[in-house]
Design a protein around this ligand. Structure first.
Ligand code: ATP
Length: 541
């Protein structure tokens, strides 16, 4: 193996420092650490739990509370096993796995050198030079049983993604809300994948949280029938306000834009993000487009979120497997098609059948006569329902990982500096430059001296005033410099010091003011206690 480059070594060191700070300051601990840990599982300590909560809240606020067209859902982790048959997870949610004949280790084939070719087992792997077996599929779903008997009849799965619950509840949400397509349903929750090789700290875990939106849209055929055209995306397209003539392409671009703005709003800008547009070869057969939003982690640039245009695949599968219609009745479509005569309907159906056959040719090797017949039948049925105003909505799916986002935020925030103390001693300090909106602690409150009751009383009053509105940390031990340093490591953007000037002893005009210290600039300013709350709320919410 080639010797690691200097940059790789630096990045490995950087990652080690981040992992070490996370443990030391209580962001992230190894799960079950006192028993030696368990691979692929992580716990969030006091600071990590606050950080994750703030990220979850920021996502929920941006995706549903601040919008009128997205609703929330909170579904169970274990669902009817047929959901996973319909979604394709039982048959195809697999990674290719190889065994090492020498060390008996198991690896994901695409993580092991050039193992991709099944006919040619490779010897190329970092830890062990043993010969590897040919790759074979390994289903990533965790299996369990419901009820007291462990039989094949009561097998159930821990969900490997939150999305399927949204599809399974699509009709209930539609029927109980006053939404019409286009609208979305979002969910945040745990997902489980029995990853073959969990790695890169929390990046690839076996238990993690996802934040997913299924945004249901009209098929392009309906847009064209109602609006006479489907908007075409171009570099200078205005994506700020959704328009009636948007088809899947504009909606897909819109969500990429919205998600980018979300990342910017929590401090992850263009300098740390990248985009990977999947090629036609990468795409699932039903997907029209998929872009991965990537983050530049120290261990490499890798996926934070995928945004896919999935057509009507998911709801159609559930319609097929459950036997329950998953269609939406579109009054505008019905009205627009009212003047279509038989000839127009026939021409439309003919074109649809020809396109469906061409797609079958492109996606299936050697389709049989029966395949063609089934394809044609399904297309004709779709057209008949369409002419009556019914269709299965299509979907745009922005799917993000909360734990990966927390890790990205921690990596982006990490900074180190050398500081010289009063005695001339140089020391290395670590500063977590977490955006104020998501920082675990918003403000530190310090009395200058802990043995001056007037200062302590006043500091306690300020702490009491603020803590009802945000997470504040009261600290009276050690020098002010040490207390600032502790908050810098925790990512706290502001610290307040209550000093003698606050008491108005030397200068009455400074009574009831405090020193506000800014983490990122190290600047200090004086501010009236009465101004603190609105000033802080404007920055931390
Ligand atoms: P990967 O290719 O990295 O395995 P994926 O493309 O299978 O991920 P999706 O199924 O699209 O991932 O899941 C959506 C999001 O869920 C991902 O972008 C990621 O943020 C998160 N995620 C997926 N698998 C894991 C995991 N094992 N640990 C942590 N987060 C994950």
């Amino acid at each position: 193996m080639a010797a690691p480059r200097e940059k790789d070594k630096d990045n490995t060191k950087l990652m080690e420092k981040i992992v070490s700070l996370c443990k030391r300051r209580g962001f992230i601990f190894q799960s079950s650490e006192i028993y030696g840990g368990i691979n692929g599982f992580w716990d969030y300590g006091p600071l990590g739990a606050e950080l994750k909560r703030n990220l979850r809240d920021a996502w929920w606020r941006a995706m549903t509370r601040e919008r009128e067209d997205v609703l929330g859902l909170d579904a169970t982790i274990i669902m009817h096993p047929d959901i996973w048959k319909a979604s394709g997870h039982v048959d195809t949610f697999c990674d290719m796995m190889v065994d090492c004949k020498k060390c008996k280790g198991r690896f994901r084939a695409d993580h092991v050198g050039d193992i991709a070719c099944p006919e040619k087992p490779s010897k190329c792997v970092g830890e062990c030079d043993g010969e590897k077996t040919a790759p074979r599929p390994f289903n990533l779903m965790f299996k369990t049983h419901t009820g007291p008997l462990e039989t094949a009849d009561n097998v159930a799965y821990l969900r490997p993604e939150t999305a399927q619950a949204i599809f399974a509840q699509f009709k209930n949400v539609l029927d109980t809300s006053r939404q019409k397509v286009p609208f979305g349903v979002c969910q945040i929750g745990k997902a489980f994948r029995n990853e073959i090789t969990p790695k890169n700290f929390t990046f690839r875990s076996r238990e993690f949280e996802q934040m997913e939106l299924e945004f249901f849209i009209k098929p392009d055929e309906a847009i064209e029938a109602v609006c006479g055209e489907v908007a075409v995306w171009s570099e200078d397209a205005d994506l700020s306000i959704p328009q009636d003539n948007w088809g899947w392409e504009m909606w897909h671009r819109y969500w990429v834009d919205q998600r980018t703005k979300f990342y910017e709003s929590i401090g992850l800008g263009a300098d740390v993000l990248a985009y990977y547009w999947q090629t036609p070869e990468d795409l699932a057969h039903y997907a029209k487009a998929c872009v991965d939003i990537l983050f530049k982690f120290p261990f490499g640039t890798d996926e934070l979120e995928g945004i896919a245009a999935r057509g009507d695949f998911d709801l159609s599968q559930h319609q097929k497997y459950s036997g329950k219609p998953q269609e939406f009745f579109d009054e505008k479509l019905k009205a627009a098609l009212a003047d279509w005569d038989e000839d127009k309907q026939l021409a439309f159906t003919g074109a649809k059948v020809a396109a469906a056959r061409a797609k079958l040719d492109a996606t299936t090797s050697n389709p049989t006569e029966q395949d063609y017949a089934e394809c044609e039948k399904a297309t004709r049925q779709w057209c008949e329902r369409f002419f009556k105003g019914w269709y299965v909505p299509h979907v745009i799916e922005p799917s993000a990982g909360l734990d990966r986002l927390a890790l990205a935020v921690l990596c982006a925030a990490y900074d180190e500096q050398e500081k010289t103390d009063a005695k001339g001693k140089v020391e290395r300090v670590e500063i977590m430059r977490v955006h104020a909106r998501i920082s675990p602690i918003k403000v530190g409150v310090f009395p200058l001296l802990k043995n001056k009751p007037e200062l302590v009383t006043k500091a306690r009053e300020v702490h009491q005033l603020l803590k009802a509105h945000m997470n504040c940390f009261y600290d009276e031990t050690g020098s002010i410099g040490k207390r600032y340093a502790r908050q810098d490591e925790a990512g706290t953007p502001f610290c307040l010091t209550i000093d003698f000037e606050t008491l108005g002893e030397a200068d009455a005009s400074l009574k009831d003011t405090v020193t506000v210290r800014h983490r990122d600039s190290n600047n200090q300013e004086r501010m009236a206690i009465s101004d603190l709350l609105p000033w802080l709320l404007a920055r931390v919410q």
